[in-house]
Every structure is written in C-alpha cells, then in structure tokens.
Design a binder for this molecule. Structure first.
Ligand SMILES: Cc1ncc(COP(=O)(O)O)c(C=O)c1O
Length: 414
C-alpha cells in the first residue's frame, strides 16, 4: 500500500511540474491501481506488472519498451534514497553500487565487466566508438542502407570530418539470404577498409544479420566489427563473445524494458587501444571524471530490468517472442493487401516483423486509424525503405494482441 501511495505521489509531482498531461496521469494512475491481478498472466509477465494504458494493444517495443512495475518501483526507490542526501548518496553507496550494475549487464551480455561501459543509448555508444578511432582520409567503412539514423549518424560524421568513405550494402525489402549479404560485404573489402558497421537485427525488417560470419570476415581482413544491437538485447539472447564482434552497442529502453535513457556498450579486450573515446579517458567505471554524473536511479533500474528478464529466462523470452511472431506471420499472410517482407518463421526470423502496404495506402494514416479506432499501436517504417508497418512482439504480448491487430487491419483494409 505504501508503495502504491509513493508511486501515485511521484506521478502527482510530475504532473504538478507540468510534465504529464492530465489524461496520461489518469491513465498512469489507473495502471498503478493494477492493470490486473498479480497472478493473472500477460504473456510471460503478470498483468499487474505491465503499466500500459488499459485497452492499448502495444506492438511498439522496438521503439520504446514499457517498463514493468517492479523495475519502475526499484528506480523510484533509488531516486528517493538519493534525494535524502544527494551528495553523500550520489557520490557514495548509490554510485558504488553502479559498478554492480555494470557487472550484471556484462554477465547478461556474455562479456567481462571491464569490457562493458554504461551509456545512455545505442546511438551514444556507437558515437563513442566512431569518435574514438584515429581516422585517416581515404579509409573506408562498410555499412548497409538499413541502418537506423541513430546508428548511422556517427559514420556519416566521420566521413564528413575525416574524408572517410562509406561503402553501402543495399539490403532490399524481402532480402532474407545471409550468404548474399556476407558476399556483398566481402566484395567491398579493400586494404583501406577499417570498420564493418551494421545492425544485429535490422530496424526495418528485423532480419537477423549474420553477425558471427561478418565479424569473422572483418577479423580476417584486420578490420573492426561494430554492431548496433538496439533491436536485439532483451528480445533475443545475445552473447557478444560468441558473436566475435569488436564492439556492440544497445539500449536499455527498448527490449530490455529498462528506464529510458539507459544503454550499454561492449568493447572487446582485443581492441587494444584501437578505440579510445574521450568519454572513457578517466576509465570505464560507471562514474569517472570524463563521464560525469549520470541518471543514478535509471542505471539502477537497468539492473532491475535485467533481473526481470533473468527471472523469466532469456531463452524462454526469445522462444515466446518468436512463437508470437510465427502466429503473426501465419495470420498476416492471409490478410489481403499486405505483403510480409520479413524472414519466414525459422532461423532468420526475429521478434520484429514488417509488412508492406499497397502504394495507394498511406502508412501513417492507417497507423493513426489503427490507433484511434482500434487502440492498436504499430510503427510506420520509414517511407524511403517501403510503405508499411513494423510489429514488435515481446514478453508481455499475447495472441490476443496479434488477433486485435489482424482484426483491425481487416476492418481498415476491407
Ligand atoms: C537499429 C537501431 N539503432 C539505433 C536506434 C536508436 O536507439 P537509441 O535511441 O537508444 O540511441 C534504434 C532505435 O529504434 C534502432 O532501431
């Protein structure tokens, strides 16, 4: 009861500060009263842990995941502790305990603690890598045309600033052949190539990129393999050592369901000084002179989010997400006017699934109708790639969510 009171008062404080619209506040309070009975399951979660607005079918974890109640409560508890004496706590036990968060995140990702750095996002981690390399004009990077702007911006920046060239592999919608993709990287290799920069799961279609094979190719050629794992960690099991890449950045706020503004960056030990970002000049600890103070409660929330995943089990979560994806795939192929462009159920499928819409359908308008009329939230895929939507299925989603999407699509597409 005390917990619920403190949660509500924290919502009230946000509202008073003008940060939360009254409707959202009311919805948050409804959710805080309990989206459901603690023992009623919602996918692999319990209904009461999922604070989504009642009635909302949320298929947008690939953009931002909903933080479960225990994770949020832990975050708020640390915040309360911090505010009792910010200096003593923030430069004392709460800061020291962030090292345990680092260790926990490292174990979760399959690496050593000294190979892991806490960041605020995938984009930040990748920026640190790109800016931490000593570039010379004429050097080259191989990337793809399917990188998210947050993952691509840093490579565009080094290209502009240092005269580095980007060799871009095109991965068209429906391309689900990893061997063809590896070949596209191989033919672009030159003695000047220094980095392979690509996503683990493509943000556009969810295609699982052949990370281990591409990393092995990069290593054989003396290049660095830098992976954008924003769409992978939390939704599927990830072991960075097994993948063999040199660097791997991910976010807490998507599939890990952690507080927004959290992330981690893996830098392999054998990089041996080849990546030397200014942000890590004073060391890789959670707090250093070069990193400065971070959002301490959110970092502790990240550990709680990892614990939440561990309590369910990553293998179980991945199996659930893929089974739901298969259920969705089977249903979508029966819906007139949509064409699924993601990999068929099997080794290349992931918890992201994208369908293309006919040219005469406006993907953004349809997304709005799905939301406003049917309370189903999907993502519009960037239109320079295709006209369509991306669906995320995560641990709190159920077949009912998929049924709701299919019914809404049938109603709107006729
Ligand atoms: C593949 C990929 N990379 C990077 C990002 C950006 O993530 P962040 O906001 O955590 O930097 C996204 C966000 O959707 C993404 O899908």
């Amino acid at each position: 009861m005390a917990d619920r009171r403190s949660f509500l008062s924290s919502l009230g404080a946000l509202s008073a500060a003008g940060f939360m619209a009254p409707k959202a506040l009311a919805q948050g309070m409804r959710a805080a009263r309990g989206g459901g009975d603690p023992v009623v399951p919602r996918g692999l979660a319990t209904a009461a842990d999922i604070l989504l607005e009642p009635g909302l079918t949320y298929l947008q974890t690939g953009s931002l995941g909903p933080t479960p109640r225990p994770v949020m409560e832990r975050t708020i508890a640390v915040w309360r502790e911090l505010e009792l004496d910010p200096t003593s706590q923030g430069y004392g036990p709460i800061e020291t305990a962030m090292e345990q968060v680092r260790a926990k995140a490292a174990a979760f990702m399959g690496c050593a603690t000294d190979e892991l750095v806490l960041t605020r996002s995938t984009s930040e981690g990748l920026n640190w890598v790109a800016q931490g390399i000593s570039w010379s004009a004429g050097e080259r990077i191989i990337t793809t045309d399917q990188e998210h702007p947050g993952g691509r911006a840093c490579w565009d920046w080094v290209a502009r600033k240092y005269g580095v060239h980007l060799d871009v592999v095109a991965i068209p919608p429906g391309e689900n052949n990893p061997a063809a993709i590896i070949e596209q990287f191989a033919v672009r290799l030159t003695p000047k190539t220094r980095v392979f920069a690509f996503s683990h799961l493509l943000t556009s279609t969810g295609l699982r990129m052949p990370v281990a094979e591409l990393s092995a190719l990069a290593r054989r050629a003396g290049c660095m393999s830098v992976v954008d794992g924003a769409q992978a960690v939390g939704g599927v099991a990830v072991d960075v050592h097994a993948l063999g890449c040199h660097a791997y950045a991910t976010s807490g706020h998507k599939w890990l369901l952690a507080p927004k503004g959290t992330g981690v960056l893996y830098l392999a030990r054998d990089l041996a000084g080849r990546v030397d970002p200014i942000a890590l000049q004073s060391g890789r600890e959670a707090y250093t002179a070069s990193s400065g103070v971070t959002s301490l409660p959110s970092v502790h929330g990240l550990a709680a989010a990892i614990a939440y995943h561990e309590a369910i089990g990553t293998a179980k979560i991945e199996a659930h997400n893929l089974a739901l994806g298969r259920y969705l795939w089977d249903a979508l192929v029966q819906v007139p006017k949509v064409r699924v462009v993601s990999a068929a159920p099997g080794p290349l499928a992931s918890p992201l699934l994208t369908y293309e819409l006919p040219r005469d359908v406006h993907a953004g308008d349809l997304q709005q109708r799905l939301l406003l009329k049917h309370r189903v939230l999907v993502k519009v895929v960037p239109t320079n790639f295709l006209i369509g939507h991306r669906i995320s299925t995560h641990l709190f989603n159920t077949e009912r969510d998929v049924d709701a999407l299919i019914a809404a699509l049938r109603a709107e597409l006729g």
